[in-house]
Design a binder for this molecule. Sequence first.
Ligand code: DP6
Length: 330
Amino acid sequence: MKATANAGSNIAFVKYWGVRRGERRGLVPLNPSVSMTLEKARTTTTVEFLPGLKQDVCKINNRPAPPDAVARVHRVMSRVRRLARLKAFARIESVNHFPTSAGIASSASGFAALALAAARAAGLTEDPKHLVPLTILGSGSACRSLYGGYVLWSPPGKGRAPSRVRQLAPEGHWPLVDLVAILSREQKRVPSEQGHLLARTSPLLEGRLQSLGKIVSKIRKAIRERDLSALGEWIEADALCMHAVMMTSRPSLLYWKPATLAVIEAVRDLRDRKGIPCYFTIDAGPNVHVITLPDQAAAVTRVLKRVEGVEEVLHCPTGRGPSIDEEPLF
Ligand code: DP6
């Protein structure tokens, strides 16, 4: 009744932004998304079901988890108990092996590791297909961390089918690097969970949804053919489009800081003046992810570190999927 698992975070190449309302099947994304799983940015989680507990007890990085994280963990654990016909609550401990205290999302790696550890501890199937509904109870983007390499998350079609997640290519197919320019370690003011509900208030949402079919197929082709300039062109276009939706929703969400623009400028400059292939993408925060080839990473990092407002640059290569650990955290 005790198990430990680890999983990597992921960076979206096509962003998931917006959820359908009032779905009885739980969280349903408005659009398909594509991501790359990250090595290094990993979380390890141990789950133990203990008959004496009166509720799930959860620690993250050796501290009691904040209330919003506890609520999400509880949603996942309640579903696990129902599926496994268990009554016992669980002790859950999670440690983020990120090279920094914060700055990149830990919820994707955290909930992918939690789903796998909880499934193993409860004796449920560990097939990633069956873990998808569990992870998205905690964090939507976490379902993409159930696979390594390049991953597609498609919204469910009509009928009762759940969301579908599948690996487009394994990590060895095309090793890339995500250099994360950390501009701020502050918690975002509007959590993604609330942001997803605002997407529909933007007059630009329909335009984005209509153009996504083309962008997803361009990005899939670029991954298949290992074509970084095509991949880069489309990931930048989609990141800007998602932020346009965020900025024009009501209330408006503006996650950028002045240094976000400065990093975008530096990336374009590296490309145009030095011919270095590197491309930016930005999640729901000010930090900029710069995608490049492993042998260009050192040169790009040197330039990013000189941009005013950049505190640190994390080096995250394409990563593998989750796995079970023999060493428990407690
Ligand atoms: C902008 O609801 O998965 O990163 O659970 O808060 O980490 P958290 O976020 P989630 O939304 C992620 C939104 C995004 C785009 C993406 O990763 O696809």
